[in-house]
Design a protein around this ligand. Structure first.
Ligand code: DX5
Ligand code: ZN
Length: 222
C-alpha cells in the first residue's frame, strides 16, 4: 500500500495545528529532527513532538537526523512517536542495534535511514528487526532539494532484499519527491513517499495528496 507522509519541516510553525489538519487524508506525519551535528541544520525536538502527539491521532514517524540516537530514542518513544527512524551512519553497529531494540521494546516501529552515499550492505544486519528502511533521496539537512536519481537503483535493491527474505518492511523515500519523481520511486519499490515542499506548497493539499496516492498506486503492485 502506498503511504503518503507529509514532512512538517515545510509547515507553517505558527499555524502547525491548522497545517496538520490540512494533510489529514495522508497516512503518516513525518517529523524531521536535526541536531546541527549529524546534519548542518537544526529543527525541532521532544517538546514539539509532545504537542503534535496531543493534537493528532495520525501516525507519527520521528526521523532522527542526530548523532548517537541511542541517547534519545527512549525519549521519542515516550513523547508519542509511532515510528522512530534512526540513521545507520549515526553510530557504530552495536549501538545502532541497541537503539533498535529499545524502540521495539517500547512497542514502536523501528526505522533505519541511509544517506545517498551509504550502500545497502549497511542495513543488512538489522533488516529482520525493521519496520521501515528510509532511503534518503537527498543529502539530509534541508527540505526543497532535488531528488538524486542515482539513489533509485538502491531503492530497488532494498526492496529486493526485503522481498527475498520475506520480511514485512516498508521502503520509504525522503527528499525531492514530487508527482514525477514519486512515480519513479514507487516503480523502484518504495511504498512510503515523504514529501514536504510539494504538499505544503500545493494550493489544495488534500487533493494533491489524493492525486499523488492515486497516481502512484498502480506502480506498487508487490
Ligand atoms: C531532509 C528531510 C526531508 C525533507 C523533505 O533532511 O529529511 O524530510 O523535509 O522535504 P522535501 O519534500 O522538500 O524534499
Ligand atoms: Zn525526513
Amino acid at each position: 500500500m502506498i503511504k503518503i507522509a507529509p514532512s512538517i519541516l515545510s509547515a507553517d510553525f505558527i499555524n502547525l495545528g491548522r497545517d496538520i489538519d490540512s494533510v489529514s487524508n495522508a497516512d503518516i506525519i513525518h517529523f524531521d529532527v536535526m541536531d546541527g551535528l549529524f546534519v548542518p541544520n537544526l529543527s525541532f525536538g521532544l517538546p514539539v513532538l509532545k504537542a503534535v502527539r496531543a493534537y493528532t491521532d495520525m501516525e507519527i514517524d520521528a526521523h532522527l537526523m542526530i548523532e548517537r540516537p541511542i541517547r534519545y530514542v527512549e525519549g521519542f518513544c515516550r513523547a508519542g512517536a509511532d515510528i522512530v527512524t534512526i540513521h545507520v551512519e549515526a553510530d557504530n553497529i552495536s549501538e545502532i542495534s541497541r537503539a533498535i531494540d529499545i524502540i521495539r521494546a517500547r512497542g514502536k516501529k523501528a526505522g533505519l535511514a541511509i544517506k545517498p552515499g551509504t550502500g545497502v550492505g549497511a542495513i543488512a544486519p538489522f533488516l529482520s528487526r525493521l519496520d521501515q528502511v528510509l532511503c534518503m533521496t537527498v543529502e539530509p539537512g534541508f527540505g526543497g532539494q532535488s531528488l538524486r536519481m542515482d539513489v533509485l537503483p538502491k531503492v530497488r535493491e532494498v526492496r529486493k532484499m526485503i522481498t527475498d527474505y520475506g520480511y514485512d518492511c516498508d521502503v520509504a523515500v525522503d527528499g525531492g519527491v514530487n508527482r514525477i519523481t514519486g512515480k519513479l520511486c514507487a516503480e523502484a519499490g518504495a511504498n512510503v513517499l515523504v514529501n514536504g515542499t510539494g504538499i505544503f506548497e500545493a494550493k489544495d493539499r488534500g487533493t494533491y495528496i489524493e492525486e499523488l496516492r492515486g497516481e502512484l498506486s498502480p506502480y506498487f503492485d508487490i
